[in-house]
Design a protein around this ligand. Structure first.
Ligand code: ADP
Ligand code: ZN
Length: 598
């Protein structure tokens, strides 16, 4: 794309140069322009050898060989002076007076315009399969197409990212043998949304799926659809899907889908028409999958899933969402190991230690780290990369990027570990009323420092008072652990408090689970409105519930401080722990109530 632009400007510059030169050459044909009086004088002096007359233009040669040109008065027809001085002359028919070199600049101009038009066509056609078609081909998608033999990536090229790979395995199976799924009557997800910060391997994963399934890979960026001309984006989408169906089995990969998929009517200036048309076309094409549509899968990447239009996420469209988070400790080590294979790493380098020292690095950052260290090592006379090189490379990268997550200190990690351990224990020690724990991690993800995941147990139609209290307790577990261990508290528990407050309010205002009794309180104005006095009573009740739960979880954690310590230490060591590992570590009997085969 950049290359094509350069070529285009290069072409324009050359053309302008040619035009300029040709004009110059025209003036410099070493023709002497002289006045009519000077001409007559030279004739009388006998300097002139030969003239040719065409209308008012007179050209000719002096005896010394120089060419000259002059213009005579409109009605001069008396050429006797020439004859008198023995000048050889000829009079030409006026029709021949246009000299071909006057046409030259015009021809060149036409050539230049033609060239520009040709480049515009090439530009809009893109480098994808641009064969045949209509003249202007504005709609031709700009997708880059990779045939199966050109795709070298497989799941083996993606280190870590275990969960994402497992989830994508289905897609691979489907692309390999769609008939199998049809036979079983299974509906296969055709749209996968890969969500994660840049550099964590979304593109790599998508290409790896194509590599595993030996299918065609069509790659395009969401911003490629956005054009000035209304309708072009939609035409490109149509063309993209047509191309995909032609090359099925095929994966369409749309990077930065938020460029087209932004929630409609989110109004950024006026001209949203084009984007909306493009988005609508995309939705239409995806709906077409339900009625056949070949073995085509659409994978889209974004780090802003929150801004996407809800219509994109409906069943039959991008209904599978796969997180591609920053790699945790184990994944970082695996990524480093993979990329270290392409360089000469000294055997003394312990990549586990390097992984520990790079929290918050993305996969691309880690690949870059290895590459930088190789560059640094190549400036020495050593044959291999040693720890110092990696250290220097990391310093260089951290200076370059003001990324907060890089700056996570050991102290921050420790606080985060206890905070998350606090949440986790609040779940584990109150098993009856909480959802089962899935995993706990202190690997930084964007803004959040750590996350405790639990699996929502079942579709809940009703929730008991105990369950409400347990979820408040669980939300407050993080802060309680911090206070218990460090005797001080940090910011960053805002979303926990928000969740706790929300639950408590809903107990009081909607579910009749407080001293205020079985009443519904809505907004302060409108339906089920309430007075200022009642507002104060509600606040009082919410406060009471939260305080009680907080005291409760403090007691719980204090009584289980040994468990809190060992869980926090394990998190500092491993960064991510799955439920099974935690059960084992803390010698807690796993819950059986949700197993299918229990
Ligand atoms: P994204 O699409 O999420 O922005 P990419 O897939 O373009 O990220 O990743 C950029 C590069 O970072 C890859 O080409 C690869 O070299 C490296 N990388 C990222 N994640 C991984 C991973 N899990 N394993 C190996 N390399 C990775
Ligand atoms: Zn928390």
């Amino acid at each position: 794309m950049g290359n094509q632009k350069n070529a285009f400007w290069g072409f324009v510059i050359v053309m302008v140069g040619v035009l300029f030169l040709s004009a110059l050459v025209d003036h410099r044909r070493s023709i002497e322009r002289i006045s009519y009086s000077a001409f007559l004088k030279r004739v009388e002096r006998g300097d002139v050898a030969k003239v040719s007359i065409s209308g008012q233009d007179v050209t000719g040669h002096f005896k010394n060989g120089t060419q000259f040109q002059t213009v005579v008065g409109q009605f001069t027809s008396d050429w006797s002076v020439l004859r008198a001085h023995g000048v050889e002359f000829s009079v030409e028919n006026q029709a021949h007076q246009i000299h071909w070199w006057f046409l030259l600049p015009l021809l060149l101009l036409c050539g230049a315009m033609g060239g520009i038009v040709w480049f515009i066509i090439r530009q809009t056609r893109g480098s994808g399969g641009g064969q045949g078609g209509n003249v202007f081909m504005m709609g031709k998608s700009k997708a880059r197409m990779y045939v199966p033999s050109a795709i070298k990536d497989t799941f083996a090229s993606v280190a870590g990212a275990q969960e994402a790979k497992e989830e994508l395995q289905d897609m691979v199976e489907f692309l390999k043998d769609p008939k199998k799924y049809e036979r079983l009557g299974a509906k296969v997800t055709r749209g996968v949304l890969l969500v994660g910060e840049p550099g964590n391997g979304k593109t790599l994963l998508a290409r790896a799926v194509a590599g595993e399934a030996h299918c065609t890979f069509l790659s395009i960026s969401g911003s490629d659809f956005i054009e000035v001309f209304v309708g072009v984006g939609a035409a490109r989408v149509r063309d993209l899907f047509a191309q995909a169906r032609k090359h099925a089995p095929c994966i369409i990969f749309i990077d930065e889908i938020d460029a087209v998929g932004r929630h409609r009517g989110s109004g950024q200036g006026g001209g949203n028409d084009e984007r909306e048309q493009t988005l609508n076309q995309l939705l239409t094409e995806m709906d077409g999958f339900q009625t056949g549509g070949g073995t085509v899968i659409v994978m889209a990447a974004t780090n802003r899933a929150d801004v996407l239009d809800k219509a994109l996420l409906r069943p039959g469209r991008f209904d599978r969402r796969i997180e591609v988070p920053y790699p945790d400790l184990k994944s970082r080590e695996q990524i480093l190991t993979l990329h270290a294979q392409t360089v000469k790493m000294d055997p003394s380098v312990d990549l586990h230690k390097i992984a520990r020292g790079t929290p918050g690095f993305s996969g691309a950052d880690l690949a870059n780290l290895i590459n930088e260290s190789a560059l640094i090592a190549s400036k020495t006379d050593r044959k291999t990369i040693i720890v110092d090189d990696l250290e220097n490379a990391r310093d260089k990268m951290m200076l370059g990027a003001e990324r907060k997550s890089y700056m996570m200190t050991e102290e921050d990690r420790k606080i985060t570990a206890y905070h998350e351990a606090g949440h986790a224990l609040a779940i584990l020690l109150r098993p009856t009323y909480t959802d089962p724990l899935h995993k706990v991690t202190i690997a930084p993800r964007g803004a959040a420092l750590g996350v405790t995941h639990y699996i929502p147990e079942r579709e809940k139609y009703s929730k008991t008072k105990e369950e409400f209290l347990a979820s408040i307790t669980l939300a407050l577990g993080g802060r309680a652990a911090e206070e218990l261990i460090f005797g001080q508290v940090t910011s960053g528990a805002y979303s926990d408090f928000k969740a706790a407050t929300h639950e408590a309010r809903s107990m009081v205002c909607r579910n009749g689970m407080s001293d205020l009794g079985c009443v519904v309180y809505g907004q302060q104005q409108g339906d089920f409105s309430y007075s200022q006095a009642t507002a104060e009573k509600i606040d009082e009740q919410v406060h009471k519930i939260i305080t009680t739960c907080y005291q409760d979880v403090c007691v719980l954690l204090r009584e289980n401080k040994d468990k809190l310590d060992s869980l926090a230490h394990a998190l500092l060591e491993k960064e991510t722990l799955y439920a099974a590992e935690i059960y084992e570590l803390l010698a807690i009997t796993p819950r059986v109530d949700h197993r299918f085969n229990a």
